[in-house]
Write a protein that binds this ligand. Structure first.
Ligand SMILES: [Zn+2]
Length: 318
């Protein structure tokens, strides 16, 4: 019954379902090596969310969206991360819109890359919308990770691409021209430029700031990465935050990468509400700073950092 309810809720809230069986490649496991970075500062990540939500609502194709993109660019450059804005025009149910992906990179020793992704746009049409959790939380965690990694001066074995996507939110529902605009754009670019083969994995964070954090990894995530995430969660003492669902599939920015054959995973807590199990804050004016916590951002940051140790900083990575 519980699962049935979850599925009903997901459908009701416009997460569309998709079966991607057979599209999930397998990566080899790599042993972990010690890395000098040992902790993640959730307060700093929270401060990044506070700074971002000053540009709200930051809907795709709006002046505030453009300002938010520039803000992210300035933060990355301020951390010493090489970064750029990729501006593109895409069709939406409301006609063509100009959107902006922000891409930062910390090159590795070899030619391989891991993409860490988050969208930064907000769901249109919600009065007084902050989008502190969706999409501020994941953007804040990624920015703080970028700062920490860049300022450590460490060169990873595998390069890290920080991808801040515009246009994740669909206006009428997710479809070919509605939602996932930024992630589709980057996945297409990787294919067209022949860089796809250099991407080892795509790790997406979305809605990671709920005070009552519970991640259900959707079935449309690559199995090898599910194992890596669970390992990272265990190693950081956060294994209790995760469960797996054989039935819940989620359309999010990891899907365009899965579709072109890049191993991908979505770390998302899609039940964001006033009580455990409810999702009544999602896409409402209650998605505000007071309804996310630095403790949750810290837990997610620690897990992601550990994941990078396993996948990007190990001398045995391929
Ligand atoms: Zn959303």
């Amino acid at each position: 019954m519980e699962r049935r309810n979850e599925i009903a809720r997901v459908t009701e809230l416009h997460w569309k379902t998709l079966l991607l069986a057979g599209l999930l490649p397998i990566l080899g496991c790599q042993p972990e090596e010690a890395v000098r970075i040992s902790s993640f500062n959730g307060e700093r990540a929270f401060a990044e969310v506070v700074a971002l939500v000053k540009f709200s609502p930051r809907d795709a194709g709006t002046p505030e969206g453009w300002k938010a993109a520039n803000h992210i660019l300035e933060r990355l450059e301020g951390f010493g991360v090489e970064a750029e804005i990729d501006t593109f025009v895409d069709m939406t149910p409301e006609g063509e819109k100009t959107m902006h992906n922000v891409i930062g990179q910390i090159p590795g020793k070899g030619g391989k890359w891991i993409i860490l992704g988050s969208h930064f746009d907000t769901m249109p049409g919600i009065e007084n919308f902050q989008g502190a959790n969706d999409s501020g939380s994941s953007t804040g965690v990624l920015l703080e990770l970028a700062r920490q990694l860049s300022e450590s001066g460490m060169v990873p074995e595998v390069g890290i691409l920080f991808a801040f996507f515009d246009g994740e939110e669909g206006i009428a529902g997710y479809g070919e021209n509605d939602g996932l605009h930024g992630s589709r754009r980057l996945a297409e670019q990787l294919v067209l430029t022949g860089r796809k083969e250099s991407i080892k994995a795509m790790i997406l964070l979305d809605m990671v700031g709920d005070k009552d954090l519970n991640f259900i990894i959707p079935v449309n995530s690559s199995r090898s990465l599910v194992q890596e995430v669970l390992e990272a969660a265990h190693a950081t003492g956060h294994r209790n935050l995760f469960s797996l669902s054989p039935r819940i599939t989620i359309i999010d920015d990891h899907v365009p990468f899965l579709e072109v054959g890049i191993p991908s995973i979505n770390i998302i807590d899609f039940r964001y509400g006033s009580k455990p199990g409810l999702n009544d804050y999602w896409h409402t004016k209650d998605d505000r700073l007071e309804n996310i916590s630095s403790e949750s951002l810290e837990a997610v940051g620690e897990i992601t950092l550990q994941l990078l140790k396993q996948l990007a900083f190990s001398a045995n990575t391929k």
